[in-house]
Design a protein around this ligand. Structure first.
Ligand code: PGA
Length: 246
């Protein structure tokens, strides 16, 4: 039985005051029946770690460099994130693939860099609307995941995967539970074939998950939790989504 995981992706939102209020509410609503984490902007890692210390709520970053160290202005290494107690790093989010031209190979290298320091990469895959309408969904997500599986080889079983259809992110247009489940099943079969651990690996769904649709999504056989953007910024919504996960 896979324990569900719900991860908040704050994206580029937050302030000292808003973060303190949000994290206090999340802590105050414990215990949860699922694993819970927040992935915050880099400058807020210290205060997030301080707020969550001693609780079972984890934290992480939204990206990490593929490089260990060096002349890479503006980048943050996985080892640095580790020093701030990060448990997770999102890699390959569609916003980074789209706005920063991140390739499948770079995403795989970032996942590798994270794992090398003991951080669990949350590897995002997902198709655009045009790709879905062209019937290419399975092809696209399998190609994105294959790059990671290929580079990580025997460590590929240690990642978390997030299926995030690009057309559902921040749009209020959620994949139906059936649409999401179908892709999750494809991804799980791919993970199982490649690693032999597909049955214990967690595959999250992301894309306009809200308090009122979380339960039906999480009820699907291969949906092991969610990667939550907008709704993770509102304590009541994020807590309700976590409750829906168990
Ligand atoms: P959303 O974002 O929940 O606001 O659609 C999800 C994500 O991008 O991780």
């Amino acid at each position: 039985m896979r324990r569900k995981l719900v991860v908040g992706n704050w994206k580029m939102h937050g302030s000292h005051a808003a973060n303190a209020e949000l994290l206090a509410a999340v802590i105050g609503a414990r215990p949860y029946g699922c694993d819970l984490a927040v992935c915050v902007p880099y400058p807020y890692l210290t205060e997030t770690a301080a707020s969550l210390a001693g609780s079972d709520v984890r934290w992480g970053a939204q990206d990490c460099s593929a490089h260990e160290q060096g002349a890479y202005t503006g980048e943050v290494s996985a080892a640095m994130l580790r020093e701030f107690g990060c448990r997770y790093a999102i890699v390959g989010h569609s916003e980074r693939r789209a706005y920063h031209a991140e390739s499948d190979l770079l995403v795989a290298q970032k996942a590798q860099a994270a794992l090398a320091t003991g951080i669990t990469p949350i590897v995002c895959v997902g198709e655009t609307l045009a790709q879905r309408e062209a019937g290419e969904t399975d092809l696209v997500v399998k190609r994105q995941l294959a790059a990671v599986i290929h580079l990580l080889a025997h460590c590929a079983g240690e990642i978390v995967v997030a299926y995030e259809p690009v057309w559902a992110i921040g749009t209020g247009r959620t994949a139906t539970p059936e649409q999401a489940q179908a892709v999750h099943a494809v991804l799980r079969a791919q993970l199982q074939a490649a690693t032999g651990h597909g049955e214990r690996m967690r595959i999250l769904y992301g894309g306009s998950v809200k308090a009122d649709n979380a339960a039906t999504l999480f009820a699907q056989a291969d949906i092991d939790g969610g990667l939550i953007g907008g709704a993770s910024l509102k304590a009541a919504d994020f807590i309700a989504i976590a409750r829906a996960a168990g």
